[in-house]
Design a protein around this ligand. Structure first.
Ligand code: ADP
Length: 267
């Protein structure tokens, strides 16, 4: 039993030291377990698209398809799976840098409304392609905040892409406003939603609601854990609210301390 590696009989300082050592050993064990679970998840997740690439390339090579359409369909799947694999490898690389705290942030005074407007321009074609409506209420005189503009763009694009991916019809609504020393950002969709019992887990690595459906949507289950990590490392926080079939809203709170506000205005 990990908790009692060192005897806990003594109630004095040695006893409390023993308790701390036991707790540390327990934490270390938990850390090792989560790391090995993570590694086994990775191998599983990487193997899935590889298996499908291997299978379909064999079918094509041995001409085991019956029609040209069938062939096109297989090529299409292979193309999609290789895109997913590339995304996954990129995400994993980011995550591993985060875990080792090697991710570099280039802090600057940033107008988050500009970052959001440009993120929206980046995904606009996807919104139009799917026939969704884009609405935004973005305050245009926000106080500058001290953060990494590229990382924030990555966060916004990721959340917008999820909103588009998990919405079949309706509206993507983006709001950004300043209130009581914080900038509040919300990205809301009218999509499939997330079951209440899953909400606690969606920021975990590789977590996907209904794996097979998610795979069909082309997800990796890594995006939100990266988003949360990036926001928190820059001093912000993120929350999710959702209702199945109705839609999902992600809310980011970014602090604007009065000190930073002043310096921001001087820029
Ligand atoms: P993925 O790459 O699979 O989208 P994420 O980490 O970005 O991975 O998201 C984790 C899971 O949370 C997704 O698989 C999806 O089931 C759910 N999810 C994320 N964003 C939304 C959204 N806007 N609407 C519905 N479900 C979502």
């Amino acid at each position: 039993d990990l908790k009692t590696r060192v005897s806990l009989e003594s109630k004095d300082e040695i006893g409390s030291l023993a308790q701390s050592i036991n707790d540390l050993a327990f934490d270390l064990q938990k850390y090792r377990e989560s790391k090995s679970e993570f590694l086994s998840n990775i191998s599983h997740e990487l193997r899935t698209p590889m298996t499908s690439l291997k299978g379909y390339s064999k079918v094509l090579k041995e001409k085991l398809y019956e029609t040209e359409e069938e062939k096109e369909q297989y090529l299409d799947i292979m193309h999609q799976e290789s895109i997913r694999l590339t995304r996954m490898i990129g995400d994993l690389f980011e995550l591993s840098k985060m875990e080792e705290s090697k991710l570099e942030f280039h802090y600057e005074w940033i107008d988050l409304s500009e970052v959001m407007n440009s993120a929206i321009r980046t995904v606009k074609w996807k919104i139009e392609e799917k026939g969704l409506v884009m609405q935004d209420h973005i305050q245009d005189d926000l106080t500058y905040v001290y953060c990494d503009g590229h990382r924030m763009a990555q966060v916004f694009i990721n959340l917008l892409e999820n909103a588009i991916r998990y919405t079949e019809q309706g509206t993507i609504l983006v709001e950004m406003l300043e209130e009581d020393d914080v900038v509040k950002i919300s990205i809301e969709d009218t999509g499939i939603g997330i079951p209440e019992e899953e909400l606690d887990y969606i920021f975990e690595r590789f977590y996907r609601v209904e794996k097979s459906r998610s795979r069909e949507f082309g997800g990796t289950g890594l995006g939100l854990s990266i988003v949360k990590n990036l926001i928190e490392q820059q001093g912000g926080s993120i929350q999710v609210f959702s209702e199945v079939v109705k839609g999902t809203r992600f809310e980011i709170i970014f602090p604007v301390s009065s000190d930073t506000a002043k310096e921001g205005e001087e820029e």
